[in-house]
Design a protein around this ligand. Structure first.
Ligand SMILES: [Fe+2]
Length: 268
C-alpha cells in the first residue's frame, strides 16, 4: 500500500468529524494495532536517537511544507484536502480569532513532523494519538486492548502506575510514543516560545490533554502549559472545511510570519 493511501492524520472522537465507514474504521484499527504492538520504550529511545541529531535534511519551513504536500491523506473521510490546505485552514482560524503571531505560526506548522512518512517511517510511527511508554498504559488510551501484543505490556517494571518515572517528574521527563509531535518539537525547539512548543509536542496526546490521564506524572508547569494545548485543539479539529484556502493570496503573510521566527533553512 502506498503512503498516500494509508496516511491517517486525524484520529479524533468528534461527532460529525469522525464519520468513518466500516472499512475506514478497520483501517484505523489496523493502524492502532501496529502502533500499540510496536511502540515500546526501546523503540521510542531508538527513534529519538535516530532523529535527535537532525541530520536528515536542511529545509526552510515553506520548503518542508511543499515537501510534505506530496502526501495526501485520503483515509480521512472528512474532506479532500492537502497537508498545506489543513495547515492554512488551522492557521487562518487562529488568526481570525485574534491570537498572537506565534500561535498562528504554530497552527501552520503543527503537523509538519509528518515528513517522517517521507523519510520512510510507517504511518503507525508517525500519526495517531500518543501516550507515555515505560509505565502502565492508561485505560483512557484509544484501543487500549490492543496493547496485549506490546512486549512492554509483559514487563512488570514498565507496568506499574509510574513505571520508570518519579511521580510528579513532569512530562518533559516522560517518553511519549514516537510520532510527528515529538519529532517536530525537536526540530523547532530553539525557535518558538514555550507555549507553542507544548502545543506542537502534545497535540496528539489525547489521553493527557483530553482524558486527564497521567496526572500523577505531571508538575505545575505541565498543568499551566496544557491549557495552551487545549486552547489549540479546537483549531486542529474544527477548522477543516471544503473551502480551499487561497494559497497565492495568503503566502506573503505567512512568508513574513515564518521569517519572523525561523532562519531561511533549519535542520530536520
Ligand atoms: Fe497532528
Amino acid at each position: 500500500m502506498s503512503v498516500q493511501s494509508t496516511f491517517v492524520s486525524q484520529i479524533k472522537n468528534t461527532e460529525g468529524f469522525r464519520n468513518y465507514a466500516a472499512e475506514e474504521r478497520a483501517r484505523v484499527k489496523e493502524l492502532y494495532r501496529l502502533n500499540h504492538a510496536n511502540q515500546t520504550l526501546e523503540f521510542v529511545l531508538r527513534k529519538k536517537a535516530e532523529y535527535g541529531d537532525l541530520i536528515k535534511a536542511e529545509m526552510g519551513i515553506w520548503e518542508a511544507m511543499e515537501f510534505l504536500n506530496t502526501l495526501v491523506d485520503d483515509s480521512d473521510p472528512d474532506i479532500d484536502l492537502t497537508q498545506i490546505d489543513h495547515a492554512l485552514q488551522t492557521a487562518e482560524a487562529i488568526r481570525q480569532d485574534g491570537h498572537p503571531r506565534w500561535f498562528i505560526l504554530t497552527g501552520l506548522i503543527h503537523d509538519m513532523g509528518k515528513v517522517l512518512c517521507l523519510f520512510g517511517e510507517p504511518q503507525w510511527a508517525v500519526v495517531g494519538d500518543t501516550f507515555p511508554v515505560g509505565c502502565a498504559f492508561s485505560e483512557k488510551i484509544v484501543y487500549q486492548e490492543l496493547f496485549e501484543d506490546n512486549p512492554d505490556y509483559r514487563n512488570p517494571s514498565y507496568q506499574t502506575l509510574s513505571g520508570i518515572y518519579q511521580e510528579g517528574c513532569g512530562l518533559d521527563n516522560v517518553h511519549l510514543s514516537w510520532g510527528h509531535d515529538e519529532y517536530l518539537y525537536t526540530v523547532v525547539k530553539n525557535y518558538l516560545p514555550q507555549e507553542a512548543l507544548w502545543m506542537i509536542r502534545y497535540h496528539s496526546c489525547y489521553p493527557v490533554h483530553r482524558e486527564g490521564a497521567y496526572e500523577h506524572l505531571m508538575n505545575g508547569q505541565d498543568q499551566e502549559m496544557l491549557k495552551w494545548v487545549r486552547a489549540f485543539n479546537p483549531y486542529d479539529l474544527y477548522s477543516k472545511s471544503d473551502a480551499r484556502p487561497n494559497f497565492a493570496e495568503l503566502k506573503p503573510f505567512y512568508e513574513e510570519l515564518i521569517e519572523e521566527f525561523f532562519p531561511s533553512k533549519i535542520a530536520w
